[in-house]
Design a protein around this ligand. Sequence first.
Ligand code: GDP
Length: 174
Amino acid sequence: MAEHLLKILVVGDGNVGKSSFVHRYVNGQFNNAYKMTVGVDFSVKVLHWSDKEKVRLQLWDIAGQERFISMTRIYYKGALGCVVMFDVTSSASLLSCRRWKQDLDNKAMLPNGDSIPCILLANKCDLAERVVSAESIGRFSEANGFVTWMEISVKDNKNVGEAMRRLVEEILLI
Ligand code: GDP
């Protein structure tokens, strides 16, 4: 059985739902008070991808370091894919994704110099206070070189597994 080890980064502004996303995906739970333990670098999830392939995902959440908009190279080192997340109730959090993506393009390169695949996730689409339309997300995603984008709700468990599956598919094509 072949096993792929994939380091995946989860970035975005504070409060958009990154820790909740990782917790939901890895532990299958959502709770408002959840915060990743300080000092923990990454969470692991193993996927049985096919009869012959297993995928071990290392999910690196920046865990409260969003104020350092430019992350250290150690964090980026060896990453093969990235989730860039914003909150549909905050247009500022979508605009920040441009800087996150630029930082990734500069520092998280594949051995051949290409940028790593990044998926843009629009979280909290369960909320009625939504201010960012699907059309503007689509335009933003295309203009900034994301492989694709998806609307998710970590709270309602909508598209969480699907988004990760989509990103892994993209990484395995490399
Ligand atoms: P982080 O700072 O990006 O890691 O964000 P957190 O995971 O700490 O989430 C910030 C807040 O948003 C918390 O109160 C979460 O419970 C809440 N939250 C996360 N995902 C969702 C969602 O899909 N819908 C709603 N309504 N709230 C969410």
